[in-house]
Design a protein around this ligand. Sequence first.
Ligand SMILES: Cc1cc2nc3c(=O)[nH]c(=O)nc-3n(C[C@H](O)[C@H](O)[C@H](O)COP(=O)(O)O)c2cc1C
Length: 402
Amino acid sequence: MPEPLVGKRIVLGVSGGIAAYKAIDFASKLVQLGADVHAILTASACEFVQPLSFAAITHNSVHTSVFEGWEGEHSGHVTLAATADLVIVAPATANSIAKIAGGFADDMLGAVLLATQAPILIAPAMEHRMWHHAATQANLETLRSRGVRVISPEAGRLASGAAGDGRLAAVDRLLAEARCVLGAGGVLNGKRIVITSGGTHEPIDPVRFIGNGSSGAMGNALAQAAMDAGAEVTLIAGPTVATLPIGVTPVRITTALEMQSAVQAAIVDADALIMAAAVADFRPAHPSEHKLKKNPDENTQQLELVKNPDIIAGISQPGLVKVGFAAETDDLIANATQKLQAKGLDLIVANDAVATIGASHSQATLLIPGHEPESLAEMSKEDLAGVIVARLAEIFARQVIS
Ligand SMILES: Cc1cc2nc3c(=O)[nH]c(=O)nc-3n(C[C@H](O)[C@H](O)[C@H](O)COP(=O)(O)O)c2cc1C
């Protein structure tokens, strides 16, 4: 599966703000995701955090001066700049932002930023008024106009105790931005993918519904894998999905009919639709406006159900690649093959409904028209998402050829 951080050389610039301690956690997460992290600390950053912390976490030397020794293959800022896949400044102080915008090279961070051709991410963190100051905003505008990506800070409690704008973006957001930059140019580069995720709730009355245990793990994993491969993702998620991956365009729905409308709106300019959601096949025909009361004389309760539309079968948009899921309890391959043909799909992922719904792993078979079934080993949903993304990229490649 695409792992955009694995083996990537990331230069992490840390400047002298109170949020510098968060950069230690960020460095650690980058390393855990397989990145080769090289930290540069400004002189002010060393007032807040120790270079040793970064050295211990990254297993690499930490750079604090542009005048460090040029030994062997290592030519100081020139080597760091030339070998970086990505440079991230987190936290970026108002002072560092001004210096970078002005092109100053009086420390290692400034010199590397001038010398590199790698993409640059800047995550500002400062006091509310410093953030909103016209000078800071103008400097950031200058940087954006040069292609630097700015990860806007968040609102909340600041170090002073006051509430305002200027908190360093959460580490998860920093990671998502880094993945996104490194994923650009991947096998789904420039593709727009619509993915549905989780289960729907079909109301019986204002407080009850028919639902299922789908967690949205597969849809979320697909969304992340597609973004890691360079795609833009719209994720249409049901109420059972707790959190969505950072970076998707999120669309929240509750019922199957809402999901159908959301899908129809989202696919207009999309290249592929992946229906990973567990959409209810039926909904109560007459949901009550009031909470249904228990009748003491009745031991049974009748509930009339009507069929929900088959969302993906009802879509025929020229050029749109359609990927479906078949979660079955019996005759898996026969049922999945029938669905593949009946719904006009380009790929169907067949798996055991009981084993897969709500689980972290899945054992799936991929069916593509004109190809032999591909039976996969049991693997995590993240790994399965990577395989599906690879097959999707192959389908796009065949579209170009034919
Ligand atoms: C306790 C303390 C906290 C600070 N926090 C920040 C901050 O969060 N953001 C910021 O832009 N500057 C902050 N500063 C000011 C910077 O440390 C100062 O502008 C310094 O020159 C930045 O140097 P550098 O950009 O080279 O790292 C803080 C200063 C102190 C004393």
